[in-house]
Each structure stands twice: as structure tokens, then as C-alpha cells.
Design a protein around this ligand. Sequence first.
Ligand code: FES
Ligand code: FE
Length: 472
Amino acid sequence: ADDTAYIDSVVDRVEESLDDSLLPVDIFNDDRIFAAEMQRIFTKTWVFLGHESEIPNKGDFVMRRIGTDRVILSRDSKGIIRVLNNHCRHRGTEVCHEDRGNTAVFKCPYHGWAYKNDGDWAGAPQMNDAYGEKLDPREWGLLRAPKVESLFGFIFASLSEDVPPLREYLGDAVWAFEAVVNLHPDGMEVLAQPEVFTVKADWKNGAENFAGDAYHVGTTHYSNTLSGFIPGLNNVSVVAHGYDFGNGNSFIGHSIADLIAPQFTMWGYPPEVRDLFDLDRLDDVQREMIENRPPTIGTFFPNFSYLRFPQPANPGEMPIPFTNIRVWQPVAPGVMELWTWEFEYKVAPQAYKDKAYLAGQYGFGSGGVFEQDDTVVWEGIAKAGRSAWAREAGMRLHFRQKRTGPDPEWQGPGKYYPSIYGEYLQEAFYRRWVDAMRSHNQTMKAETKAADLAVREAAVVAAAAAAVEDEG
Ligand code: FES
Ligand code: FE
């Protein structure tokens, strides 16, 4: 009960900080908040797990996470994509210890129970002596995520039966995502398996940054301009725009042509790739958007992010756009795994894919020049989250600094902000966080009420039974 009161008060204070008070830094490094986030957010929302091109064949699987649980993302023998909890139904140990592979059956290393690649129970050693009759394959199968859906090949899952369908959940953000990843009927593909590395920072630091922080680039990443790697980074926030699609889903856009050179429209794709795109797939507003101020960075609540920006594959070369998809994977309070994948359009020439992979890794691989900058500053925030002094003081977010408001002329869905200043998008992210942390509370309260009722009913029944006995 103490924990609940503390968590509720922190959530209230986060909401107040969106207006004009101080943010409790506890949210970036606290056992109770972390546990509540796992329960109230990560088991209740859609989370990204991987791309269809990672498991193209029947029997292919890769290991992923939902919250702190390891899950198997499997294409079963019928070709259906399944998301299976990795804990054996017998004594609960982890069934699969590989990061990826192809198999018809997962066999538990403890007593040898076996599961098909669709999760069904398949058998056990010394079946007849140990268990007599055959167990029900469904009842004893691995736990399955009840919801699995794919959007332009990107696979999301939810542990909640009650989530709206993925497209509904993402809402207007699908419109922008389409303009990013659906420019050719064959779609995009992963260029390599993801990189995974541990960062001693909270998952929200990355998610919030990608939701709308174009302002940090000129400072955090300025060494990349000083070294001559990418010119003009100190002016990136000047040519940045914001797209707010509600529910904590947002994109930053950049007028890259104004930053680098006039030919850098449409993310700066060179003609050999750009000419392959089928732009008739898009509406007029989408086409104008990607031509002049394409979405370059974005977050879907809670922890899926996107990045496409032109960068040289090697110092001194012409910048080319790469596409990086990432997950801010919580693993413990103040600790996340950073998962990053490099993507390219399937139809792009192989030479371009190779270069785009290098460009992406150069900036945003685990040793990437931008990645290093960001993770250092985020680790500092997690340290503040543990500090009694910083907790007492709270943190000034400087929300509502210079508010210019959304563009009333915007024809697309959501809201379009011509200026990134004002931190509207980060504010929207935290608003969604507050809502998610609360909506679970409402469900809990409803359940508690029902449970109270059940207790009272049981008491009435017991009293009645006692009365009958007395009479007898
Ligand atoms: Fe898996 Fe016993 S724990 S077979
Ligand atoms: Fe950054």
C-alpha cells in the first residue's frame, strides 16, 4: 500500500511538472516505479519485437523481450508468427538459450519437456511412466502473447487481450510511418542482426529524446562538426519541426536541404534509390512532407524509435541516408538494453545497402559517434534519479518555454509544429506515460471493488450457512 501511494504521488507530480512545477527525478531510477512500469505499461501496450525479414522461413526464430520477460519470436511450421514466453510450463526454467535459429521443436534443458514452434506442448521423456496419459498440448504449451500484429513488416505484440488493434493503437502515427517505410511495395528489410548493448540509463531517456529532442544535437553531438565529419550540426534545431500524432507517438522532421545542400530533399536519397520509389502510394501531404521536411526521428510509445538521416559511410564521403530502428529495452531500474537494427529498402542496390549499413553503424552502432554522445548524457540522468539531493530538489524541464503552437494551416493528420522549440513532443510523451500509469490504476480499482464485493458476498453466504446450521 505504501508503494502504491508513493507511485501515485510520483505520477501526480510528473503530471504537474508538465504544467509548471518540478519533475520528480525518481522516475529515472527507482525500484517501485520500474516495477509499476513493467506492470502498467509493458504488459498493457503494443511493443515492437522485430521485422518479418528476420524470420523469413518456417521454423525461424529470434529471442526478444517484452518488459523483463524473454520471448521467442517464432515463425511456426505453418508460417504463422508466434510470440512465446520462454519459461517452461513444468518448473519454469528458460527453454531456449539461443539468440536465433531454426527449429521445429524447443526442448527444455531441465527435464526435457518439448514444445512445437507454435508453442504447443509436444511431449516429455518417459512419457508413459512419468505421466500416464498424454497431456493436453494447448493447456501445457508455452504461454503465448495473445496479440501479435505486423505493420509494413514490423512485428508488434501485446500481453493484453484488451488492447485495440495495432493500427488503431498507433492512430495517426501510421500515416507518417507509412511515408517512411512503405515507399516501395516490397518494403524494407534488416541488413544484419540487431546490435544489443547495455546502457546504464532509463528507457524513457532514449524514448523521450527520440520523441522530440532536436535541441540537444548542436551541443551533445557538436564534436562531429568540429571533427569535420558532419557539417552544420549546431544549426540542426533551427531546421527542425515537430509532428505530434497523439498518444505519445511523435516524429521530428528536418529540412535537410536547408542544412546540407539543395539536392538533399527526401532525406537526401541519391537518384539510384529515389527513382525506385513508388510515390503514388502516398497522398499529397505525405509527398510534400517527405520532399521538404521528412520525418527523421520518432518514437512510438512506449519504447520503439526510428531514425533516418544522411551521414557519410566514411569521413569525407557524401552523406547518404540510413534507416535505424531501435528499442529502449528496460531491464532494471536505471538500466536498459539498447537494441538497434539497420534497415534498407529491399529493392535498393546491394552496393547502396552496404554503404547505408556502414553510415548507420558509424553514427549509431554501439561504437557510433552519435550513440556514444547520447548514452553518456543519459547515464547522468539515471545517476540523478538515485540522488537524494536531486530527488528532493526535482528537475526543471523548462517545458512551456517559448510556445509557438502548431501550424493552423497543416493539412495532414495530427499536429505540425514549424519549430521544435517548446518541447511539445516530450511533453506529449510524458502525458502518455502519466495516462498509462493511471489507466492501469483504474482497472485495478475496478477489480478491487469487485473483489470486495466477492468478499462481502462470501461473508453473507457464510453467515447464512452458519444460521442454517444453528437452526439445525
Ligand atoms: Fe522444463 Fe522441467 S523445467 S522440463
Ligand atoms: Fe542524440
